[in-house]
Design a protein around this ligand. Structure first.
Ligand code: MG
Length: 383
């Protein structure tokens, strides 16, 4: 099996960092040939220096001199949104890992598919907003979409190509920091409390999404598109230890689960080396210290994100993009201490309620709906 040449979009974020670790751990199987980041120029230069990637892209052109100053060799340089689309089509690459927060990864993802690159998807927005367009494009160009989100990677491992026999997909959720918090206390929860995730170490947006369970809601829609499974077959169970990363129940009643410690290096490596497994330096589970694995139903009434996501996924079209955009605006407002914790789902519910869904949207329809939802959400919060 030859070494996979990977472009990492979002090289300075937490997924990007893990991807570089994997490349360092299994150099005979993974080579980073391109790195891109939004604005952290010094950290991008460090990532480039470490990997000696042939191509580097910085989206924020105003920070170009910082990048240049820190680079210790002469890679091919791209810049701006256009540069991101160019590096996604890099000649030498086999795979593009999309780990950019927000909508910025959408165009590059479709460009990479168009250029015949396999896609490793860590950014939920790609499949939540444009699941139909992206999966169709991938089918047409015969490229693979490999999930890097830990839950979807787990499902991908369990399925092993047996889609038609699936009865249920069971996404596990840690439950976040407020799993046991009474709903009446939600209004007083602080940003600091919400940022304390019990089992995963991630960026602030996704950590808040884990506290509201919108992260799991987005993942329900992601699973629906990735695995071609109807929304009603996608379920969520709370599993506080984050050891079982998700499960698939098959037609015969057997359920397969994937387990490992919560470290994004596991799913990233599997996406890169699939369909093979190769040794690495990651610690396997130690059952002598693991203790109990618990499972419980989510508190659907107290965490409305799950039902909102189910409704958005069932409505389809532009509705998931609207849910995602309204949530992004509300989370940003919460992080800025402009709104209280429950305002996040109140905002999302209100904006979804006002949206006229466009069926089978193209990328322009999706981005228009995204813009509309952001403006509506800002207005709603401003009141
Ligand atoms: Mg996840």
């Amino acid at each position: 099996m030859k070494r996979k040449r990977v472009v990492v979009l979002g090289a300075t974020g937490s997924i990007g960092e893990s991807a570089l670790k994997v490349a360092h751990d299994i150099p005979e199987r993974m080579e980073v040939v391109g790195v891109a980041a939004n604005s952290n120029a010094a950290k991008l230069a460090a990532a480039a220096n470490k990997t000696r990637a042939k191509a580097v892209c910085l989206v924020d052109e105003s920070k170009m001199s910082i990048l240049q100053k820190h680079l210790e060799y002469k890679p091919k340089i791209f810049s701006g949104e256009r540069g991101l689309r160019e590096i996604a089509q890099l000649d030498d690459a086999d795979m593009v890992l999309i780990a950019i927060v927000g909508t910025g990864g959408l165009h590059p993802a479709l460009d990479a598919i168009e250029a015949g690159k396999d896609l490793a998807v860590a950014s939920k927005e790609i499949l939540v907003m444009a699941g139909e367009a992206v999966t169709e494009a991938a089918q047409k160009r015969d490229v693979k979409i490999l999930p890097v989100d830990s839950e979807h990677n787990a499902i991908f491992q369990c399925l092993d190509g047996r889609q038609s026999e699936v009865r249920r997909i069971i996404l596990t959720a840690s439950g976040g920091p407020f799993r046991k918090t009474p709903a009446k206390e939600f209004v007083d929860l602080t940003v600091e409390q919400a940022l304390k995730h019990p089992t995963w170490n991630m960026g602030p947006k996704i950590t808040i999404d884990s506290a509201t369970l919108f992260n799991k809601g987005l993942e329900m829609i992601e699973a629906h598109w990735l695995f071609g499974v109807e929304m009603k077959r996608v379920e969520v169970v709370i599993h506080p230890q984050s050891i079982v990363h998700s499960m698939v129940e098959f037609a015969d009643g057997s359920t397969l689960a994937q387990m490992s410690y919560s470290d994004m290096c596991f799913p990233i490596q599997y996406a890169v080396t699939w369909p093979e497994r190769v040794p690495n330096s990651l610690p396997p589970l130690d059952f002598s210290t693991l203790g109990k694995l618990e499972f419980e139903l989510p508190r659907f009434d107290d965490f409305p994100a799950l039902n909102l996501a189910r409704a958005a996924g069932e409505a389809g079209g532009t509705m998931p993009a609207v849910m995602n955009a309204a949530n992004e605006v509300a989370v940003a407002a919460f992080l800025d201490r402009q709104v209280r914790f429950p305002s996040i789902w109140e905002t999302v519910a209100a904006i979804m309620g006002r949206h006229q869904t466009v069926a089978h949207p193209d990328l322009d329809d999706i981005l228009r709906a995204d813009q509309w939802a952001r403006e509506e959400a800002r207005r709603f919060i401003g009141k």
